[in-house]
Write a protein that binds this ligand. Structure first.
Ligand code: ARG
Length: 396
């Protein structure tokens, strides 16, 4: 007999099983640790409410801890037949504890298990993204400290516009990346609601569970209520995080687009270290900015990931649907993409060098005309419009 939680001894078509499981058995690997955390809180709660003895609670918690460590060590992995991490963990419990393993599922469903595991995962992920973002901000600050004095033109419409500097350029991006924290916080807040105890989506009539207890065990700020809100909210913290990650990657994509432009022979404002530029198989002279092009490309694909998450829940009727399972793939891909791109950006930013002399050579003196008009306003007390005209006439 298989270890599926809903197994009733009826045969299952292998093709249907493979299709419905999809990549879930592999994707869920990253959720094991969080399902274990939530299972431990659930077991404690069942003990507190009198559904498990103190000894049963101890045995279940100790075994769940071992199962978590064994998974981390690679001793076991989720099999396709088990479908997902929830089933696999319960199967492990049964292997270790026999009958007692079956007591853990009282008052819960995979529908609330997947919600709670995802939320614990999202909270941890958001803190990783914040750390990785801070590291990029630090590398931009280093660039500003070391090369910030280099004067470069500021551009509008890709035309030289006003005097600027490497410091201004780098710190603009640093500031925007920091501002994205507000979006990450919004996602964190949505993920910080406890869905556990909503079970399949309609609670546990006939059982007296203490949902507040698991909320405090798992450090959720609130128990999500009413229970019918829980399944409706699947995908919201996820798509909010996706939006935040898209914004972060957009900033990095624009930073990269600048660097690609600055590294052209025509601009030649930036030199890329040999170790971060790539060559051509036909043109011996080429040093290409592939790393920055790919950062830009990831920022484009991130939008597709976000759209894949958002689209899934639109027009879906309330309650759990298996469609929701497919949120995980674009979500995990987007998270991995973002962390990888943040790390490579931090790494590559330390290896670019602005050429101060070249910046001087390509700077058109006309970028000082607005300043000249300001000087006239202050020295002659005329209106800005009049000063603008005078400077314009002098330069025709
Ligand atoms: N893998 C499923 C998901 O991510 C877990 C929940 C399955 N629930 C169910 N009723 N089939 O949504």
């Amino acid at each position: 007999m298989s270890s599926r939680l809903w197994e009733k001894g009826l045969p299952m078509d292998q093709k249907i099983l493979e299709f419905t499981v999809g990549h879930d058995f592999e994707l869920d690997s990253r959720l094991v640790k969080f399902d274990i955390q939530a299972s431990i809180a659930h077991v404690r709660m069942l003990g507190k409410c009198g559904y498990l003895s103190a000894d049963e609670v101890d045995q279940l918690i100790n075994t769940l801890t071992v199962i978590g460590q064994d998974h981390a060590n690679g001793t076991w992995a989720i099999s396709l037949e088990q479908e997902d991490c929830h089933t696999a963990i319960e199967a492990q419990l049964n292997d270790h504890l026999g009958e007692l393993g079956g007591k853990v599922h009282l008052g819960r469903s995979r529908n609330d298990q997947v919600l709670v595991a995802l939320r614990l995962y999202l909270r941890e992920t958001i803190s990783h993204v914040k750390t990785a973002s801070r590291e990029v901000i630090e590398s931009l600050e280093n660039l500003a400290r070391e090369q910030g004095h280099v004067a470069i033109p500021g551009y509008t419409h890709m035309q030289q516009a006003m005097p600027s500097s490497v410091e201004n350029w780098a710190m603009g991006f640093a500031s925007e990346i920091a501002t994205n924290q507000a979006l990450l916080n919004a996602s964190y807040e949505l993920a910080n609601l406890n869905p556990l105890g909503s079970a399949a989506g309609y609670g546990t009539p006939g059982l007296k569970l203490d949902r507040e207890f698991t909320s405090s065990e798992l450090r959720f700020t609130k128990t999500q209520e009413p229970v019918t809100a829980c399944q409706l909210s699947r995908g919201k913290a996820e798509s909010t995080l996706a939006f935040a990650l898209v914004q972060i990657l957009n900033d990095l994509g624009r930073l990269s687009a600048d660097i690609c432009l600055f590294a052209t022979q025509e601009y030649a404002l930036v030199k890329l270290g040999n170790d971060i530029s790539t060559g051509s198989s036909i043109m011996p002279q080429k040093r290409n900015p592939d790393v920055f092009e790919l950062i830009r490309a990831h920022s484009a694909q991130a939008q597709a990931d976000m759209q894949a998450i958002l689209a899934l829940t639109s027009k879906m009727t309330s309650g759990y649907h298996r469609d929701l399972q497919l949120i995980k793939e674009p979500l995990f891909r987007l998270i991995d993409r973002t962390l990888k791109v943040l790390e490579i950006t931090r790494h590559a930013l330390g290896r670019i060098e602005f050429d101060a002399q070249r910046a001087k050579d390509i700077t058109d003196p006309s970028i000082h005309q607005a300043e000249q008009a300001y000087a006239l306003v202050q020295s002659e007390g005329i209106s800005f419009r009049e000063a603008y005209k005078r400077v314009a006439q002098q330069n025709i």
